[in-house]
Design a protein. Structure first.
Length: 134
């Protein structure tokens, strides 16, 4: 971990140094400015709490691992089934509304949507269940 911080800070230091070297000032002033910037950076490095950085990164890694564990196949399948039921319910409501309005064209279109949604959701569920069985 400290190697990465060292590389990062070295890169920053080099960038600052190059910027100062190309500044339109006398060489002595430029070198003095560079020396001061390097001293400032050195002081800032001392202030970095490596343990705090380490703890923060470890927490993020643990959180990501937990999220990955939660995203297992059974939960995905369960969620897909729940969402599928909600979609089918909405398409049935659409169909009932079309029937209520008494328009045969809308009724047929709404029924096609409902049946297609059921087929698609059954297909998705079957694929998820098949993958889960493997």
């Amino acid at each position: 971990m400290s190697k990465n911080w060292g590389k990062l800070l070295a890169g920053i230091g080099i960038g600052v140094g190059i910027g100062i070297l190309f500044a339109p000032e006398k060489g002595k002033d430029t070198r003095e400015k560079l020396k001061n910037k390097l001293n400032d950076m050195y002081e800032k490095i001392k202030e970095i709490d490596i343990e705090e950085v380490k703890v923060s990164i470890e927490k993020q890694i643990k959180d990501i691992k937990k999220e990955l564990e939660d995203l297992d196949k059974e939960k995905v399948l369960k969620l897909a089934k729940q969402k599928g039921k909600a979609i089918v319910k909405k398409t049935e409501e659409l169909y009932k509304l079309a029937v209520k309005k008494g328009t045969p064209i809308l009724e047929k279109a709404a029924d096609d949507i409902r049946l297609t949604a059921i087929d698609v959701l059954n297909s998705i569920t079957a694929k998820l269940e098949n993958k889960d069985a493997k």
